[in-house]
Design a protein around this ligand. Structure first.
Ligand code: PLP
Length: 387
């Protein structure tokens, strides 16, 4: 048996290196990485600016915990808050998406004294116990049912259902575009009504921007759009372009109620991820990557309704391709043609989560590959088991 515990269905090749939005396997085959290593390679693989910043920081001071003030940690906090909309001006650094959501939910529970949370059907927020309480996936929840925090799960985009948020709810956590659900966009009027309902009931509003944040939508964050600002915003994935890092951005009301000792982490806010984050923010500004991400999204809408694809959803570099068949055989065929894409919780939706600096030619080449697949059916696309 392999020493590594098997936890994921895996691609049928071993990767050895990558450059930008391209990766290469051990046989020298190259792929467009339109999945970005689970939305983590925000600036692509082996980004020179990030690599240099990480290398220099490793050589200077690889680690010191939050017990010691570090100029690089303070600079990373200031720049990240500067990138976020006004009103989200404080940050707590941690290590992953689940940890960011866990801490945001804990803060809401601690500060409101309430014991229930709310989230949306289709939402994915991580696998630690509070994050899992918010996640509506029954298969993941079932083994831990009696350990989870009581949670109200509401249908997305249903304004009437928001009346269920009462004064027992500490926090409502949502993804502004639900990625795993199959790239489902929340409407402006729903988000505005949700903000109003949270204000009326005293619940904290948390935006999980672990996928939508850091420029992926062609704007810094979904927060601030439609005049809606959450009380907290969580980040991870591409924030440090592959160096593990998470963050909870928060408003002054939340931050001013955090006492020393309320939040903790050994690795969070270490100097190496902070150096990587600073390099990411610098590249986004210097290379015009918000505009590039927006153009990628526009071009997918124009060019990718072809072959088995019936509809394109999402924005920027968070794109859903709804296919006439089921998505998995299409994904397998694209893999054979040199494109890594992702599936989703919706069996008919393929996801694209490419680096935000992916060149336009990737969309043209993907359009040609989809055209090649033609109006295929599941039967013609299906692979024998194990491929
Ligand atoms: C929207 C969202 N929230 C939270 C998480 C959990 O992040 P992590 O895997 O870093 O714990 C994920 C991971 O896929 C995610 O997509």
């Amino acid at each position: 048996m392999p020493a590594l515990v098997e936890t994921y269905a895996q691609f049928p090749f071993t990767l050895v290196d990558g450059c930008g939005a391209r990766v290469r396997d051990e046989n020298g085959n190259e792929y467009w990485d339109l999945y970005g290593g689970h939305a983590v390679a925000l600036l692509g693989h082996a980004h020179p600016g990030v690599a240099q910043a990480v290398r220099e920081q490793c050589e200077r001071l690889t680690f010191y915990s939050n017990a010691a003030p570090l100029a690089i940690r303070e600079r990373a906090a200031e720049r990240l808050c500067g990138f976020a909309p006004d009103g989200l001006d404080r940050v707590f650094f941690c290590n992953s998406g689940a940890e960011a959501n866990e801490n945001a939910l804990k803060l809401a529970i601690q500060q409101t004294g309430r014991r229930r949370i709310a989230a949306l059907h289709g939402g994915f927020h991580g696998r630690t116990l509070l994050a899992l309480s918010a996640t509506a996936n029954e298969k993941l929840r079932e083994p831990f049912r009696d350990l989870l925090c009581p949670a109200l799960h509401l249908p997305p985009n249903d304004i009437d259902a928001l009346s269920g948020i009462d004064d027992s709810i500490a926090a409502v956590i949502i993804e502004p575009i639900q990625s795993m659900a199959g790239v489902v966009e929340l409407r402006a009027d729903f988000l505005q009504a949700l903000r109003r309902r949270c204000d009326e009931s005293g619940a904290r509003l948390i935006y999980d921007e672990i996928q939508t944040g850091m420029g992926r939508l062609g704007r810094p964050f979904a927060a601030g759009e439609h005049g809606v600002l959450p009380d907290m915003l969580t980040l991870a994935k591409g924030i440090a372009n592959g160096i593990p890092m998470g963050a909870v951005l928060m408003n002054d009301t939340v931050a001013d109620n955090v006492a020393i000792g309320d939040l903790g982490t050994t690795f969070g806010g270490g100097p190496v991820p902070c150096a990587a984050l600073l390099a990411v923010l610098e590249a986004i500004a210097k290379d015009g990557l918000l505009q590039q991400a927006a153009r990628f999204g526009e071009s997918t809408r124009k060019k990718l309704v072809v072959g088995p694809v019936r509809e394109v959803t999402g924005r920027g570099c968070l794109i859903g391709l709804r296919v006439a068949t089921t998505a998995r055989p299409v994904q397998q065929q694209l893999l054979k043609r040199g494109f890594i894409t992702g599936t989703s919780g919706d069996p008919s939706v393929l996801r694209l989560l490419p680096p935000i600096n992916t060149p336009a030619e990737a969309v043209d080449e993907l359009a040609a590959a989809l055209h090649d697949l033609g109006e295929t059916t599941d039967a013609t696309l299906a692979e024998p088991a194990g491929v």
